[in-house]
Design a protein around this ligand. Structure first.
Ligand code: 5GP
Ligand code: ZN
Length: 142
């Protein structure tokens, strides 16, 4: 029996409130929502994180997230905006290691947000941006 709580939700062993389902993807309500209407979109097949996720499935997952965001906008929950968010890795805040896309309704002064380092407002030199961009291009095989 798997230990993964999201796999157990997919199998029906644990309860969830389904928002959307197809052969590859399940969307359900987050049990501890940042705001009412917070949805998680997951691949049905276990993938611990982004590197394990098939890119085509990732594309489909994002499409479903986009549709769920539109559904949230038309729903009765308060939503002046939406965050689509993936925490990939512990340092990024990932707690459940079955990849998931958060669809989070947002409104002014809802208390949620990102914390920036004191250096956030410093602009990076073009040389440094170019150096990193070149490295990433190379890693992308371009
Ligand atoms: P992470 O921090 O890994 O990006 O987010 C994990 C999310 O999963 C959290 O928002 C948390 O509330 C949600 N979560 C954890 N356990 C359960 C559960 O058993 N059921 C549901 N529906 N959501 C869960
Ligand atoms: Zn899993």
């Amino acid at each position: 029996m798997t230990e993964c709580i999201f796999c157990r939700i997919v199998s029906g062993e644990l309860p969830s409130s389904t928002v959307y389902e197809d052969d590859h993807v399940l969307a359900f309500m987050d049990i501890q929502p940042v705001n009412p209407g917070h949805v998680l979109v997951i691949p049905k097949e276990h993938a611990a994180d982004l590197k394990d996720l098939d890119p085509h499935l990732g594309g489909h997952l994002f499409q479903v997230g986009q549709q769920v965001a539109a559904a949230i906008r038309g729903a009765s929950v308060l939503s002046e905006g939406v965050n689509l968010l993936v925490a990939d890795g512990e340092a990024a805040g990932q707690e459940v290691f079955h990849m998931h896309l958060h669809v989070i309704p947002r409104f002014a002064n809802d208390g949620f947000g990102f914390h920036f380092s004191p250096h956030y407002h410093d602009q990076t030199e073009r040389e440094e941006l170019d150096r990193i961009a070149e490295e990433l291009r190379s890693n992308l095989g371009g």
